[in-house]
Design a protein around this ligand. Structure first.
Ligand SMILES: Nc1ncnc2c1ncn2[C@@H]1O[C@H](COP(=O)(O)OP(=O)(O)OP(=O)(O)O)[C@@H](O)[C@H]1O
Ligand SMILES: [Mg+2]
Length: 264
């Protein structure tokens, strides 16, 4: 087990929504270990994206703090890469332009940025598509660009918010396998949000199950299985069952909350 690279210490996050306030996170304490693949899973609206945004420094906690390498996170930085569910690519830039953008922005020379961008484009198997524009790419290809862009400046931590959520089932499985390959090569610290228990068990070293809103840590399931994992194996099913049991109670709570609020 690696040392704690990110320490989330009793973090609360309250949002103003007009006159009302929403408590998204209700006291999260969690260590993210260096070199590990951590997956966050929990009912819709339990604050998974919020927690990831706080780690990215896009938002600040209402109470509590988050440390990266022992220092409090004050804002976004090149030590953290972010992969968005909706890709968030620049439509007017090519694949190469999208991957180079962050490097140029961080003061790299054009030739160096191009060399490194090409390396990561190759890593995600997009060699030959350097000059393609995002609208000509499939969803899986777009997300490969998103991953290459986030990895190119060699962040310590890769934060991924449901990166495969918009993909069809086949492409999604393919991307999961590719991500395991990339992770094998880079051994980055990854924090990955998903709704899919199967995806979580396929990818994670540790699965953090969150409670319904306000989100806290309900339980942590360690996944001690060699990769690539067999979706249909006994060990896989056993871990799936453990995660599902933890989740089910929380999903029921969330449905009750929505019923009370008249949302369903
Ligand atoms: N910028 C914001 N302003 C106001 N409320 C917000 C903001 N961001 C999130 N919230 C609220 O905080 C709660 C948690 O949202 P969040 O997006 O973190 O949940 P989530 O677990 O990622 O959900 P999902 O699984 O549906 O993506 C929700 O009730 C949401 O409406
Ligand atoms: Mg979310």
């Amino acid at each position: 087990m690696g040392k704690a690279i990110i320490e989330v210490q009793d973090v609360h996050k309250v949002f103003d929504q007009g006159a009302a306030q929403v408590e998204a996170l209700g006291g999260v304490t969690l260590d993210i270990h260096e070199g590990e693949f951590t997956v966050l899973i929990g009912p819709s609206g339990c604050g998974k994206s919020t927690l990831l945004y706080l780690m990215a420094g896009f938002e600040q906690p209402t109470a509590g703090r988050i440390l990266l390498d022992g220092r409090e996170i004050a804002g976004p930085g090149p030590d953290r890469g972010f992969v968005f569910q909706d890709y968030a690519l620049f439509p007017w830039k090519t694949v190469l332009g999208n991957v180079m953008f962050g490097l140029i922005h961080n003061g790299w020379s054009k030739s160096e940025a191009q060399r490194v961008a090409q390396e990561y484009i190759n890593l995600v198997h997009l060699g030959g598509f350097e000059n393609a524009y995002p609208h000509t790419l499939s969803g899986g290809m777009k997300q490969r660009v998103g991953i290459a862009r986030a990895l190119a400046y060699n962040p310590k931590v890769l934060l991924m918010d449901e990166p495969f959520g918009a993909l069809d089932a086949q492409t999604r499985k393919h991307m999961q396998r590719e991500l395991v390959d990339i992770w094998d090569k880079t051994h980055k610290t990854v924090v990955f949000v998903t709704h899919s228990v199967i995806e979580a068990v396929f990818l994670a070293d540790r699965i953090v199950v969150m409670t319904a809103r306000p989100g806290t840590v309900k339980g942590i399931v360690d996944v001690d299985m060699a990769r690539p994992r067999d979706y249909t194996g006994e060990a896989f099913l056993a871990v799936r069952r453990r995660v599902l049991n933890l989740l089910e109670e929380e999903v029921e709570k969330e449905i009750r909350l929505q019923e009370q609020a008249g949302e369903v």
